[in-house]
Write a protein that binds this ligand. Sequence first.
Ligand code: ADP
Ligand code: ADP
Length: 225
Amino acid sequence: TKLIDFEGVSKTYQLGNQKVQALKGIDLTINSGDFMAIAGPSGSGKSTLLNLLALIDTPTNGQITYNDIDISTLSDNQKTMYRNKEIGIVFQNYNLIPVLDALENVAFALQVQGIPNHVCLSRAEKILKEVGLGTHLHHRPANLSGGQKQRVAIARALVTNPSVVIADEPTAALDSKTGMEILDLMKELNYTKHTTFIFSTHDNRIINSVQHVVQIEDGLLINQY
Ligand code: ADP
Ligand code: ADP
């Protein structure tokens, strides 16, 4: 079933007195359960597209619907609530809190929703075991490898049971082998939990091992398969 729909979506940034057209008339449909790579060179508009998908930013033109809800009809508060409930976000540089261990970093995503602490901790432990970090619950980010940090970040994105995980270049900070392991983990989670995954990459090895690819170049969707 259709989860997200972009119709003629454009995004223009105002940079001083110059305009930058980061996205130009993007039409894109994402179905529930999709595993999709957004591919394109640096500066092609991938981050802009993901920020729109994650409801972090709003389009200049066009329409975005989530579950047939036109996002532009929601207030900022409703958008934030929607984002917290439906969307998990993973960043290239993990964005973990250094003073918290792996378990606390993941539990934090639930604590901010006012869920009782023992529930937060048990759900965080369960998902960390699922991403292969059962033996590293009490390691702080500084004592984890890059791949392990990204596993924590993926666990944090998933612990709230979102319908979609959006990841901006999740493998770009990792060596090629570790990057492929993270890709395999995301594929496995997509398969077992049916969570929709949308992630950007400019790594050809990753692109070649994903079935569903959307290519953007210079703000245009140039190919999709
Ligand atoms: P990518 O993620 O593929 O590298 P981006 O979406 O970050 O591409 O950028 C697309 C274009 O929009 C680039 O020309 C970039 O410089 C520009 N851009 C991105 N964010 C901003 C911003 N906040 N203000 C002005 N220009 C921006
Ligand atoms: P990526 O690594 O995904 O390509 P960038 O390095 O292009 O990301 O951008 C990093 C951040 O800076 C993003 O939030 C983007 O929106 C912003 N940004 C990119 N280009 C510009 C720009 N020309 N002016 C202002 N902000 C920009």
